[in-house]
Design a binder for this molecule. Structure first.
Ligand SMILES: *[C@@H]1O[C@H](CO)[C@@H](O)[C@H](O)[C@H]1NC(C)=O
Ligand SMILES: *[C@@H]1O[C@H](CO)[C@@H](O)[C@H](O)[C@H]1NC(C)=O
Length: 366
């Protein structure tokens, strides 16, 4: 058998060379079930039809460099209490053509997210690619939605994350909103643009934990915890972040930088806000807090250095609800440095917050 196989393989290679046949990856693969994936990913065009991914399995697309993926129908995921992810993508350009990945969130939601209750697949969508990822909808993620890493520049654009159903309680959530920890985008990466996308969720719209050259522009964030840098842990470096022209509606806070009080050797430098609009903000218009979570505005740590936080370019206008604070800055002793230009920030409503351990803000008073 082996010599025969060897012979026919050789014959194939020879005939290809003689006839000048195209490279074998220059083909179109079609996926209508997980069984089709292995063959389809050998092609540099992959078309995906509507199907249901069996419960407890990852739809894992590990593609050749330069592959284009077209979504031609909606993808559903069977429900099972496991860690996930539900969809995992490595390398390629993706056009979702407006089709949907449906995570069946209501079958998992219990108001507890990642903090308890049943195990929920998280993230739902693990994206590791460069190039362009566009026109994809995600409906009802069980918990965190996108985790993004990219080896070279990546633009994610025209996306929808619709977890709006999670604003309502369900029979498992004891009267509180059923969706919880449904972060939009969790990014620890470099050279990323997220633009013109619509996010409705119950946690951070964007959370940048570390990385550089990240732009978040022209997006709409509804119902969650706002646009966040953080939480920042020990050794994390965040620099050159641009948060521009976003619309933030009915979030706990509009714009936030949060660092852990016990973090050391970390820094956040160069965060520029321009042209953002926020309304219906429930807790803080802008909050920079060196204490994370439960101890909001508690005793700050100073192991994370913060510098170059500016509101420049076009005016950012934030309107907070009557019970909310306009601006709170809670720095550790000596950890916020330099001059911060806040001349293009306008905040109305609510009450003024406190500025602690820092007097470098110019062009703004509340
Ligand atoms: C920043 O990221 C963008 C988009 O990913 C990329 O085009 C650009 O080259 C990056 N800039 C630098 C200085 O690396
Ligand atoms: C922020 O503004 C200050 C004061 O104008 C300026 O010195 C600094 O370079 C700015 N930082 C960035 C990242 O734009």
């Amino acid at each position: 058998m082996y010599p025969l196989l060897g012979f026919s393989l050789l014959g194939f290679l020879v005939s290809r060379a003689v006839l000048g046949a195209p490279a074998s990856s220059d083909c179109t693969g079609t996926i209508s079930s997980l069984n089709d994936v292995a063959a389809a990913v050998a092609c540099t065009t992959v078309n995906i039809n509507s199907f249901t991914v069996p419960a407890g399995q990852t739809f894992n697309l590990k593609l050749l460099d330069g592959t284009t993926v077209n979504l031609n129908g909606d993808i559903h995921f069977g429900v099972q209490n496991w860690a996930g992810p539900l969809f995992m993508l490595t390398l390629s350009a993706v056009n979702g053509n407006g089709h949907t990945f449906d995570g069946s969130g209501p079958s998992y939601w219990d108001g507890l997210g990642g903090n308890g209750g049943v195990v929920k697949p998280a993230p739902m969508m693990k994206i590791s690619m460069s190039g362009t990822y566009k026109n994809v909808k995600v409906l009802n993620s069980p918990a965190r939605t996108y985790s993004v890493s990219n080896p070279a520049p990546l633009t994610m654009t025209g996306l929808t994350i619709d977890n709006s159903l999670g604003d309502q309680p369900n029979s498992n959530s004891n009267g509180i909103p059923a969706g919880h920890n449904t972060d939009g985008f969790d990014c620890s990466t470099h050279n990323l643009v997220i633009s013109n996308s619509v996010i409705h969720n119950q946690d951070d719209c964007l959370a940048i934990n570390k990385g550089s050259n990240i732009t978040f522009t022209g997006n709409s964030c509804t119902g969650g915890h706002g646009i966040s840098v953080g939480s920042i842990s020990s050794d994390a470096v965040v620099e050159d972040i641009f948060i521009t022209n976003n619309v933030i509606t009915n979030n706990d806070q509009a714009l936030r930088i949060k660092t852990k009080s016990d973090a050391t050797s970390a820094s956040v430098s160069g965060v520029t806000y321009s042209g953002n609009t926020a309304t219906g903000i429930k807790r803080f218009g802008v909050i920079i807090d060196q204490v994370r979570r439960s101890a909001t505005i508690g005793t700050p740590g100073n192991g994370v250095k913060i510098s170059g936080i500016n509101f420049s370019g076009s005016t950012s206008s934030i309107s907070v609800n009557s019970g909310a604070q306009r601006v709170a800055v809670n720095c550790g002793v000596g950890s916020c440095t330099g001059t911060w230009d806040w001349s293009k920030l306008k905040v109305s409503g609510g009450t003024a917050g406190k500025i602690t351990n820092f007097n470098g803000i110019t062009g703004f008073s509340q």
